[in-house]
Design a binder for this molecule. Structure first.
Ligand code: R5P
Length: 356
C-alpha cells in the first residue's frame, strides 16, 4: 500500500499537547511550537539566589500530553551552563509529573554527556547512562533526540526513543549549493564516523574517503592517515558534533595537503567549546555548516558559519507522536526524501534506523 502523507493542518493534534522549554535553546523551542501552531507554555525557570535551579509551571497540565524541549548545552548568552540545562530539564519534568501530566516526552535535540558512553579505562563513569537514569527517575515516558553520539545510547532507556537524523536537512543544503556528485568526496573525520559518511555519500552520489585520527589526550586530535582519493575534489567532511574544532581543522589541513581543492564541513551539533569558532575560522575550511540543536554563542564576528534549522523535523515528529502516527514513516519514501505532496519543510525528519 502506498504511504499516505498528511499535512499538519489537515490532521489536527488530537490530545492538546503542551510544549515547555528551559533556557538552553528557547529560540528552537519557540520555532518548533510556531510550526505546530502552538505556543511555549508558561513557566518560570530561573535560579534562587543560592544558584539552585528554580522551576514553576505556570499552566494547568493535568491529563495533558507534554513535551519539554531542552538541549543539554550552554545557552547562547552563556548564562545557562551544560549542568544547569540538565537540571532545568529534570526539575521541569518532575514538576510536570507531580502536576499530573498524562505523558511527558523529553525532546532533547542535543543529548549532552553522550561522549562518555562506555568505560575506556578503569574508574571512569558512563555519563550517558547516568543522564538516562536521571531522566527516567524524574518521570519521562519517552525521548526524542537527534543524532546521538552513539546510537546504542538508545538502549540506556527502557522507554521509546526516537533518534532523529539531521542528514536530510544537511544534504538538502549541500545539494542546493551543488556540493554533490562527482566533484565532491565525502570524508569521515575518523573511523567511528564511516557509516554516517557512507549514508551522505550515497545520498549525494559522491565518493568516500576516511581520515584516521588519534587522540594523544582528551580534546586533542592528530591525523594519522587518509584512505580514499581526495585529489582535485571538493571535500565535504561529515561529523556528528564539533567541540574544540580540532578534529575538523586537522582533517581539513591533511585533506588539502592531499590535493583537495576546497574543504567544507557539516555537523549536526555545533558545540564550539572555548575558542573553537576562531580555530575553525583560522583553518583551511571554506564553510562550517551546523544545525540549531545548539544555539550559536551571542556576539563574535565569524564569517564561515552557516546554521540550518531542524525545527520542522521536530515539529513533524511531535505531530506524529501526538496523533499516534508512525515517525519512521516520515522516512519511508526514499531515504528521507520529501514526498512530492509535502510542503517544503514538512518531511525532513528521519529515523536513524530507517537509514541503516
Ligand atoms: C568524535 O567521536 C566525534 O564524532 C567528533 O569528531 C568529536 O567529538 C569532535 O571533537 P573536537 O571538535 O573537539 O575535535
Amino acid at each position: 500500500m502506498p504511504t499516505r502523507w498528511f499535512r499538519l493542518e489537515k490532521y489536527p493534534l488530537s490530545h492538546n499537547p503542551l510544549i515547555f522549554s528551559g533556557n538552553s535553546n528557547r529560540a528552537l523551542a519557540e520555532e518548533i511550537a510556531k510550526r505546530l501552531k502552538l505556543h511555549v507554555g508558561k513557566s518560570l525557570v530561573d535560579k534562587f539566589k543560592n544558584e539552585e535551579t528554580r522551576v514553576e509551571i505556570g499552566e494547568n497540565v493535568r491529563g495533558s500530553e507534554v513535551f519539554v524541549i531542552q538541549s543539554i548545552c550552554k545557552s547562547a548568552d552563556g548564562r545557562i551552563g551544560v549542568n544547569d540545562a540538565l537540571m532545568e530539564l529534570l526539575l521541569m519534568i518532575d514538576a510536570l509529573r507531580r502536576a499530573s501530566a498524562a505523558r511527558i516526552t523529553a525532546v532533547i535535540p542535543y543529548y549532552g554527556y553522550a561522549k562518555q558512553d562506555k568505560k575506556t579505562k578503569g574508574r571512569e563513569p558512563i555519563s550517558a547512562k547516568v543522564v538516562a537514569n536521571l531522566l527516567k527517575v524524574s518521570g519521562v515516558k519517552r525521548l526524542v533526540t537527534m543524532d546521538l553520539h552513539a546510537a546504542q545510547i538508545q538502549g540506556f532507556f527502557d522507554l521509546p526513543v526516537d533518534n532523529l537524523v539531521a542528514m536530510p536537512v544537511l544534504c538538502n543544503y549541500l545539494k542546493e549549493n551543488k556540493l554533490c556528485k562527482d566533484r565532491v568526496v565525502i570524508v569521515s573525520p575518523d573511523a567511528g564516523g564511516v557509516h554516517r559518511a557512507e549514508l551522505f555519500a550515497k545520498r549525494l552520489e559522491s565518493s568516500l574517503a576516511i581520515v584516521f585520527k588519534r587522540r594523544p589526550e582528551p580534546d586533542v586530535s592528530e591525523v594519522t592517515d587518509i584512505v580514499g582519493d581526495v585529489k582535485g575534489k571538493i571535500a565535504v567532511v561529515v561529523d556528528d558534533m564539533i567541540s574544540t574544532g580540532g578534529t575538523l581543522a586537522k582533517a581539513a589541513e591533511a585533506i588539502k595537503a592531499r590535493g583537495a581543492t576546497q574543504v567544507y564541513t557539516v555537523a549536526t551539533h555545533g558545540i564550539f567549546a572555548g575558542d573553537a569558532m576562531q580555530v575553525l575560522e583560522d583553518s583551511a575550511i571554506e564553510r562550517v555548516i551546523v544545525t540549531n540543536t545548539i544555539p550559536f554563542a551571542a556576539g563574535g564576528s565569524h564569517t564561515k558559519f552557516v546554521q540550518l534549522s531542524i525545527a520542522q523535523t521536530f515539529a513533524d515528529t511531535i505531530s506524529r507522536i501526538t496523533t499516534n502516527r508512525s515517525v519512521s514513516a516520515l522516512f519511508d519514501g526514499e531515504e528521507g526524501s520529501a514526498p512530492p505532496e509535502a510542503g517544503p519543510n514538512e518531511s525532513a525528519a528521519a529515523l536513524e534506523a530507517a537509514t541503516a
